[in-house]
Each structure stands twice: as structure tokens, then as C-alpha cells.
Write a protein that binds this ligand. Sequence first.
Ligand code: ZN
Length: 103
Amino acid sequence: MGLCDMCGKQLKCSVRIDGAFVCRRCAVDLRIEIDRLHTEGKPVDALKIAREIFHKIYSGGDFLIRDVPEELMNKALRRADVDGDSLRDLMVRALREYVEQSN
Ligand SMILES: [Zn+2]
């Protein structure tokens, strides 16, 4: 189970469009954008489109985090590798869980 490439939400049921894994709601919007680009004769890369839309709508910015404990980082990277997640996926999940616990 991963996160939607377009909205970043946990995927319960994913739709794969080219290289992008998206939720059903985002799949509709992604197909519309792909069709628009096809109509205009422009190149189509579903994953790139999904990530651009995510960044445009949901991104709070890019961050550099210094002095993360090495042992914690190594454990996180090993777990992410096993689970097929990226470090970004882990950070977003941790932030989401933190925010949801404090409500
Ligand atoms: Zn989505």
C-alpha cells in the first residue's frame, strides 16, 4: 500500500496509469489531463503529470532537515526499502499521523 502520486493520500484501491499510481478520484483528473495533452500533440508522462499536479496543489514546500540521528535514519531507509516507500512517503505519513493524533 502506498500513497497516491497525485493527492498524497493513502491508497486503498489504486489505479495504475502508465507509471503513476493514483486513487480513483485522481485517476479521473489525470486521464482528463492526459487526453488534453494528447489532443494538443504534446508528450505524455503520467507520473510527471501526477507529481506536478500534486506539487502545484498540495505542496507546502521543500525542506532540508539537518542532524537527523544516523541510527534512526538508517532504520527508516531500510524499512522504506522493504515497504517500497520513498523517504518522502515516510515523512508525509509521519507528519499526517502526528497531525491526526493531535486532533
Ligand atoms: Zn489521489
